[in-house]
Design a protein around this ligand. Structure first.
Ligand SMILES: Cc1cc2nc3c(=O)[nH]c(=O)nc-3n(C[C@H](O)[C@H](O)[C@H](O)COP(=O)(O)OP(=O)(O)OC[C@H]3O[C@@H](n4cnc5c(N)ncnc54)[C@H](O)[C@@H]3O)c2cc1C
Length: 524
């Protein structure tokens, strides 16, 4: 007999861990969480500075984009494949997002998702060490300022302050503009992923089963009603029946891919792959966007940087006290700023790392240095996720169409950011440490040269979103209550439903989406 549950959750990442914890909180709900990866056992998950060591490992889907037309190359795209998902290999920055992000969602048709509705949820989810009155202190997810930032990171924050005005105490809980040491999801020098915060504490619930190393191959429909899923693992193929429904938390690539493999997506695309149409939904996989990031790097005169993080002394320091360079989240400081194009909120982030970030993080640093990464916070470029095959085990075609918007707005923000990063590197007190500019290099001066450098080096900040957009309009994939349009008993609740990315780092915003989604689903 196939196994039966009330709810089947696909994907045990940020959203899936929250969803499973909330839905299984009611003892009468039988919940099965299905995750393609395993438990997060690698030491590089817990050690904050270790995340890039996970790139390309078995904990990473290690996707690649399609060759990006304006760039002439593909871009590496890591995604967590383990319990905790991408929250178990991310840079741990904790950021709610800007009020205009959520008001923008609401204004675009995501009824009920404005700042006033979401802010109390962020507050409830976090256990912040901040003393600010508008922060939460009792939630599951710890957040604190990075405990021991490197001197260069403090100098970066001061250098930005010397160019900007007054700023709020935190970049969370209200509108923000300025520079701060990053708030991170750490507890005593260790990463706290969504798995640690939400799922691990409830694993002993008798009404919750977590199936790891198990891939969901397709959603099973009876007419237009989702009845369960087909899965594959080392024991073979099985059917799981969902009496109340199926919830997709597979992330911005996994959820649209599973919908399309199961017959929900653009009809002509699905037919081209021989997939039987359950519902023609042209919006599935559209609206893919991510934050583009380019990384100006500078030599460090002090001869100090995270290049030494793995030295025996640092290893002992970390193992004995959970402090020092290995306790760094690498992206130690953030600045949210406006370019002349900005309208109602910052449109540029400078992300500071006291290390030379090379080749999309895939190569170790060559010299002691620092990076002032430039990020377009409100990207206009839009791409899509499409199937490469009807078989879900074949990676999808991921095309974020980086820096492709017709008005060149993203390029313009990035170009402005490169100049500002250079200026901040030459501003006291950071200037005392700033030696030779490694990349783009002193001879990269003209607009054409800077755009050429962007083409050669731009990557993403690994924040894909938007591919199952929620909205009120018929073209949206899910309703504002996260139900998939055109079918019954099927929901999506992860980064894919965001109509637009938040201005910064979206992990806790994804947790917020899942928490609210669980509330809607539980309420029927
Ligand atoms: C390297 C990196 C650094 C980042 N840094 C930050 C940061 O500092 N701060 C921040 O806020 N955000 C950061 N992010 C982004 C943030 O982590 C993500 O936005 C967030 O984790 C997305 O959550 P999700 O639940 O949508 O997807 P994920 O967490 O990716 O979860 C999806 C899960 O579904 C599983 N899955 C997919 N398809 C299937 C299937 N068919 N069957 C079974 N399982 C399936 C996957 O294995 C995965 O575990 C970073 C991301 C990366 C990759």
């Amino acid at each position: 007999m196939p196994e039966e549950a009330d709810f089947i959750i696909v994907g045990g990442g940020t959203a899936g861990c929250v969803m499973a914890a909330v839905l299984s909180g009611k003892a009468s709900n039988r919940v099965v969480l299905v995750e393609a990866g395993g438990a997060p056992r690698s030491p590089f998950v817990a050690i904050p500075a270790g995340f890039s060591k996970l790139f390309g490992s078995k904990c990473d889907w290690a996707f690649s984009t399609t060759p990006q037309t304006p760039l002439g190359r593909a871009v590496f795209t890591p995604r967590g494949r383990m319990l905790g998902g991408s929250s178990a290999l991310n840079a741990q920055i904790h950021q709610w997002g800007h009020p205009v992000d959520f008001d923008g969602w609401r204004n675009a048709g995501a009824d009920g998702w404005g700042w006033n509705e979401v802010a109390p949820v962020f507050r409830r989810l976090e256990r912040s060490a901040s003393a600010a009155a508008n922060r939460g202190s009792t939630g599951a997810l710890p957040s604190e300022r990075l405990a021991t930032p490197q001197p260069q990171s403090l100098a970066f924050v001061e250098a930005v302050h010397s160019l900007t005005g007054a700023q709020p105490e935190d970049y969370n809980g209200s509108a923000y503009e300025g520079a701060w040491i990053s708030e991170v999801n750490h507890s005593r020098g260790k990463r706290i992923s969504a798995y640690d915060a939400w799922l691990k504490p409830v694993l002993s619930r008798p009404n919750l089963r977590v199936a790891t190393n198990t891939v969901v191959l397709s959603i099973l429909f009876e007419g237009k009603v989702a009845r369960g899923v087909r899965v594959a693992n080392a024991s073979g193929h099985q059917t799981l029946i969902a009496k109340a429904g199926v919830i997709l938390c597979g992330g911005a690539f996994g959820s649209p891919q599973l919908l399309m493999c199961s017959g929900i997506g653009p009809a002509s695309h699905l037919s081209g792959h021989g997939i039987e149409i359950v519902h023609d939904a042209p919006g599935v996989g559209e609206n893919l966007h991510d934050h583009p990031m380019a990384c100006p790097t500078f030599e460090s005169r002090s001869g100090r940087s995270l290049k030494s993080a793995e030295s025996p002394a640092n290893l002992i320091h970390y193992l004995t006290q959970r402090k020092g360079m290995l306790a760094s989240n690498v992206a130690e400081a953030v600045a949210f700023l406006r370019t002349p194009r900005a309208e109602d909120a910052p449109d540029l982030e400078l992300l500071f790392a006291p290390v030379e970030w090379r080749e999309e993080g895939l190569q170790p640093p060559l010299v002691h240095g620092f990076t002032i990464a430039v990020i377009a916070l409100a990207p206009r470029s839009r791409g899509c996720v499409r199937l490469a095959s009807a078989d879900i085990l074949t990676p999808p075609r991921i095309d974020p169409a980086l820096l492709s918007d017709e008005a060149d707005a993203d390029r313009s923000v990035m170009g402005y950011g490169i100049d500002l990063a250079r200026r901040i590197a030459r501003t006291a007190p950071l200037s005392a440490d700033a030696g030779r500019e490694i990349s783009p290099g002193a001879d990269c001066v003209s607009v054409e040269a800077k755009q050429g450098w962007l083409n050669r080096t731009v990557q993403t900040v690994y924040h894909p979103a938007g591919t199952c957009r929620m909205g009120r309009d018929a073209a949206s994939v899910v309703t504002p209550r996260l139900a998939v349009r055109g079918v019954d008993r099927l929901w999506v609740a992860d980064a894919s439903v965001m109509p637009t990315l938040t201005r910064g780092h979206p992990n806790v915003a994804v947790a917020m989406v899942a928490d609210r989604g669980a509330g809607f689903i539980a309420a029927g």
